[in-house]
Write a protein that binds this ligand. Structure first.
Ligand SMILES: [Zn+2]
Ligand SMILES: [Zn+2]
Length: 153
């Protein structure tokens, strides 16, 4: 099944490299479970911000936000991945397998979002992992058999 999210365009979830090379066919790289979970959270919590590289610099400035281009899918041309390759460090982040995204929710701190997920796990369609103690929300759908909502460091 190829799920298309109701609330997100590809530019918000893909890096610019992948978007430029593959266009709309880049949806094939994403885990449906991640896309469905993001839609559910958007329905429940309101606006969710992942990447904004597609926004004009003026609009970003107006919104008072920095540039985000590696918060969703990351390819080998993304700087975070390139750094790992340069240092010969193995890197199999959920961001590289279409299973992970970093985001902010309008009006909710990251700890509050993590608490909401833990308290409302019954609403979540799939098991998720959340990274503990980061100032943004890192969510991924890599199932490590550790329950519906697994907090990891
Ligand atoms: Zn990239
Ligand atoms: Zn992340």
């Amino acid at each position: 099944m190829l799920y298309r999210p109701r609330h997100f365009v590809l530019q918000e979830l893909a890096c610019p490299h992948i978007f430029e090379k593959y266009g709309e066919t880049a949806w094939q790289f994403f885990d449906d479970k991640l896309l469905m979970t993001l839609d559910l959270l958007r329905d429940q919590l309101g606006p969710i911000y992942v990447n904004n590289w597609d926004m004009s610099p003026a609009k970003r400035k107006q919104a008072g936000t920095q540039l985000f281009d590696e918060r969703g899918f990351r390819c080998i041309q993304c700087s975070i991945v390139k750094e790992h390759i340069k240092e010969n460090i193995l890197y199999v982040s959920p961001h590289m397998t279409g299973q992970g995204a970093d985001f902010d929710v309008l009006g909710l701190s990251a700890p509050k979002v993590r608490l909401w997920c833990a308290a409302n796990y019954i609403l979540l369609p799939f098991s998720i992992r959340l990274e503990k103690s980061v100032p943004w929300v890192h969510l991924d759908t890599r199932d490590c058999g550790k329950g519906k909502v697994h907090l990891f460091t």
